[in-house]
Design a protein around this ligand. Structure first.
Ligand code: FE2
Ligand code: FE2
Length: 193
Protein backbone atom coordinates (compact mmCIF):
# COMPACT_ATOMS: atom_id res chain seq x y z
CA UNK A 1 0.00 0.00 0.00
CA UNK A 2 1.23 3.46 -0.86
CA UNK A 3 0.59 6.48 1.31
CA UNK A 4 -0.82 8.89 -1.28
CA UNK A 5 0.83 11.87 0.39
CA UNK A 6 4.08 10.86 -1.33
CA UNK A 7 2.62 11.75 -4.73
CA UNK A 8 2.89 15.48 -4.11
CA UNK A 9 6.53 14.96 -3.04
CA UNK A 10 7.27 13.04 -6.26
CA UNK A 11 5.49 15.64 -8.37
CA UNK A 12 7.37 18.50 -6.75
CA UNK A 13 10.68 16.81 -7.44
CA UNK A 14 9.71 16.17 -11.07
CA UNK A 15 8.46 19.70 -11.56
CA UNK A 16 11.71 21.13 -10.19
CA UNK A 17 14.00 18.81 -12.13
CA UNK A 18 12.36 18.15 -15.50
CA UNK A 19 11.42 20.35 -18.42
CA UNK A 20 7.76 21.29 -18.52
CA UNK A 21 7.25 18.99 -21.49
CA UNK A 22 8.73 15.99 -19.69
CA UNK A 23 6.87 16.81 -16.50
CA UNK A 24 3.60 16.73 -18.43
CA UNK A 25 4.66 13.49 -20.10
CA UNK A 26 5.30 11.97 -16.65
CA UNK A 27 1.81 12.94 -15.48
CA UNK A 28 0.32 11.53 -18.68
CA UNK A 29 2.17 8.24 -18.31
CA UNK A 30 0.99 7.99 -14.70
CA UNK A 31 -2.61 8.52 -15.85
CA UNK A 32 -2.29 5.95 -18.64
CA UNK A 33 -0.76 3.52 -16.16
CA UNK A 34 -3.77 3.93 -13.88
CA UNK A 35 -6.12 3.25 -16.79
CA UNK A 36 -4.29 0.05 -17.68
CA UNK A 37 -4.07 -0.94 -14.00
CA UNK A 38 -7.84 -0.67 -13.57
CA UNK A 39 -8.37 -2.91 -16.59
CA UNK A 40 -5.92 -5.51 -15.30
CA UNK A 41 -6.60 -5.66 -11.57
CA UNK A 42 -3.35 -4.02 -10.62
CA UNK A 43 -3.00 -1.63 -7.68
CA UNK A 44 -3.65 1.82 -9.12
CA UNK A 45 -1.51 3.75 -6.64
CA UNK A 46 1.58 1.67 -7.39
CA UNK A 47 0.92 2.08 -11.12
CA UNK A 48 0.54 5.83 -10.65
CA UNK A 49 3.77 6.09 -8.64
CA UNK A 50 5.80 4.06 -11.15
CA UNK A 51 4.32 5.98 -14.08
CA UNK A 52 5.14 9.31 -12.46
CA UNK A 53 8.73 8.35 -11.72
CA UNK A 54 9.68 6.37 -14.83
CA UNK A 55 11.65 9.24 -16.43
CA UNK A 56 12.87 10.83 -13.20
CA UNK A 57 16.52 10.70 -14.31
CA UNK A 58 15.95 11.43 -18.00
CA UNK A 59 17.30 14.96 -17.86
CA UNK A 60 20.35 14.30 -15.69
CA UNK A 61 23.71 14.68 -17.44
CA UNK A 62 25.45 11.59 -18.79
CA UNK A 63 27.97 11.81 -15.94
CA UNK A 64 25.24 11.94 -13.29
CA UNK A 65 23.42 9.00 -14.88
CA UNK A 66 26.66 6.99 -14.91
CA UNK A 67 27.28 7.77 -11.24
CA UNK A 68 23.91 6.22 -10.39
CA UNK A 69 24.41 3.27 -12.72
CA UNK A 70 27.63 2.41 -10.87
CA UNK A 71 25.48 1.81 -7.81
CA UNK A 72 23.16 -0.58 -9.64
CA UNK A 73 23.62 -3.95 -8.03
CA UNK A 74 22.56 -6.32 -10.81
CA UNK A 75 24.33 -7.20 -14.02
CA UNK A 76 23.84 -4.94 -17.04
CA UNK A 77 24.22 -6.51 -20.45
CA UNK A 78 26.90 -5.11 -22.78
CA UNK A 79 24.28 -4.32 -25.40
CA UNK A 80 22.56 -2.01 -22.95
CA UNK A 81 25.79 -0.49 -21.68
CA UNK A 82 26.54 0.54 -25.25
CA UNK A 83 23.20 2.31 -25.59
CA UNK A 84 23.38 5.50 -23.48
CA UNK A 85 19.82 6.57 -24.37
CA UNK A 86 18.69 3.71 -22.14
CA UNK A 87 20.77 4.76 -19.12
CA UNK A 88 18.08 6.95 -17.57
CA UNK A 89 15.96 3.90 -16.76
CA UNK A 90 18.73 2.11 -14.86
CA UNK A 91 19.74 5.35 -13.14
CA UNK A 92 16.08 6.01 -12.25
CA UNK A 93 15.71 2.64 -10.57
CA UNK A 94 18.70 3.39 -8.33
CA UNK A 95 17.62 6.97 -7.71
CA UNK A 96 14.08 6.26 -6.53
CA UNK A 97 15.39 3.80 -3.97
CA UNK A 98 18.05 6.19 -2.67
CA UNK A 99 16.23 9.51 -2.92
CA UNK A 100 12.64 8.57 -2.13
CA UNK A 101 13.33 5.44 -0.09
CA UNK A 102 11.16 3.31 -2.34
CA UNK A 103 11.54 -0.37 -1.49
CA UNK A 104 8.76 -1.79 -3.65
CA UNK A 105 10.81 -4.00 -5.98
CA UNK A 106 8.09 -4.11 -8.61
CA UNK A 107 7.98 -0.32 -8.87
CA UNK A 108 11.77 -0.27 -9.02
CA UNK A 109 11.78 -2.89 -11.80
CA UNK A 110 9.02 -1.06 -13.67
CA UNK A 111 11.27 2.02 -13.85
CA UNK A 112 14.35 -0.10 -14.59
CA UNK A 113 12.83 -1.89 -17.58
CA UNK A 114 10.54 0.78 -19.02
CA UNK A 115 12.83 1.33 -22.00
CA UNK A 116 14.18 -2.11 -22.85
CA UNK A 117 11.70 -4.55 -21.31
CA UNK A 118 12.80 -7.99 -20.17
CA UNK A 119 11.45 -11.49 -19.74
CA UNK A 120 9.03 -12.38 -16.93
CA UNK A 121 7.71 -8.85 -16.45
CA UNK A 122 4.91 -8.48 -13.94
CA UNK A 123 1.64 -6.85 -14.96
CA UNK A 124 2.75 -3.61 -13.28
CA UNK A 125 6.02 -3.62 -15.22
CA UNK A 126 4.22 -4.23 -18.51
CA UNK A 127 1.78 -1.45 -17.67
CA UNK A 128 4.51 1.15 -17.19
CA UNK A 129 6.33 0.03 -20.35
CA UNK A 130 3.11 0.37 -22.37
CA UNK A 131 1.80 3.50 -20.63
CA UNK A 132 4.96 5.27 -21.79
CA UNK A 133 4.03 4.46 -25.40
CA UNK A 134 0.35 5.35 -25.30
CA UNK A 135 0.34 8.42 -23.02
CA UNK A 136 -1.77 11.40 -24.12
CA UNK A 137 1.25 13.30 -25.47
CA UNK A 138 2.25 10.54 -27.93
CA UNK A 139 1.33 11.37 -31.50
CA UNK A 140 2.99 8.77 -33.76
CA UNK A 141 1.08 7.16 -36.58
CA UNK A 142 -0.94 4.23 -35.25
CA UNK A 143 -1.00 5.44 -31.64
CA UNK A 144 -4.80 5.11 -31.43
CA UNK A 145 -4.61 1.51 -32.60
CA UNK A 146 -1.87 0.86 -30.04
CA UNK A 147 -4.00 2.41 -27.27
CA UNK A 148 -6.91 0.13 -28.11
CA UNK A 149 -4.68 -2.93 -28.30
CA UNK A 150 -3.07 -2.22 -24.90
CA UNK A 151 -6.46 -1.74 -23.27
CA UNK A 152 -7.59 -5.04 -24.74
CA UNK A 153 -4.54 -7.08 -23.79
CA UNK A 154 -1.23 -6.23 -22.12
CA UNK A 155 0.41 -9.21 -23.71
CA UNK A 156 -0.73 -8.31 -27.24
CA UNK A 157 0.36 -4.72 -26.62
CA UNK A 158 3.80 -5.92 -25.48
CA UNK A 159 4.26 -8.07 -28.58
CA UNK A 160 3.29 -5.22 -30.88
CA UNK A 161 5.53 -2.71 -29.09
CA UNK A 162 8.53 -5.03 -28.92
CA UNK A 163 8.20 -5.97 -32.60
CA UNK A 164 8.20 -2.27 -33.46
CA UNK A 165 11.18 -1.59 -31.19
CA UNK A 166 13.22 -4.42 -32.69
CA UNK A 167 12.47 -3.44 -36.31
CA UNK A 168 13.24 0.19 -35.60
CA UNK A 169 16.56 -0.67 -33.90
CA UNK A 170 17.70 -2.89 -36.76
CA UNK A 171 16.70 -0.24 -39.33
CA UNK A 172 18.83 2.30 -37.50
CA UNK A 173 21.72 -0.13 -37.18
CA UNK A 174 21.45 -0.04 -33.38
CA UNK A 175 22.10 -2.91 -31.02
CA UNK A 176 19.26 -5.21 -30.15
CA UNK A 177 19.27 -5.15 -26.36
CA UNK A 178 19.51 -8.71 -25.06
CA UNK A 179 16.61 -8.34 -22.60
CA UNK A 180 14.38 -6.85 -25.33
CA UNK A 181 14.93 -9.95 -27.45
CA UNK A 182 14.17 -12.21 -24.48
CA UNK A 183 10.95 -10.29 -23.86
CA UNK A 184 9.97 -10.44 -27.53
CA UNK A 185 10.48 -14.21 -27.66
CA UNK A 186 8.40 -14.64 -24.54
CA UNK A 187 5.39 -12.78 -26.02
CA UNK A 188 5.71 -14.58 -29.36
CA UNK A 189 5.51 -17.85 -27.47
CA UNK A 190 2.54 -16.61 -25.48
CA UNK A 191 0.55 -15.10 -28.33
CA UNK A 192 1.39 -17.29 -31.29
CA UNK A 193 1.81 -20.82 -30.00
FE1 FE2 B 1 12.10 6.87 -20.50
FE1 FE2 C 1 8.78 8.32 -20.86
Amino acid sequence: MIDKSVFSQYKKYLKDNLSQKRYKHSLNVANSAVRLAKKNDVDIDRAYAAGLLHDVCKELSGVEQLELIKQYELEIDQTELRTPSMYHAIAGSVFIRRHFGIEDEEIIRAVRFHTVATDKMSKLEQIVYLADLISADREYEGVEKMRRLCLKSLSKGMLEALSFQIVSNTQKGNFLIASTVRAYNEYVLKERF
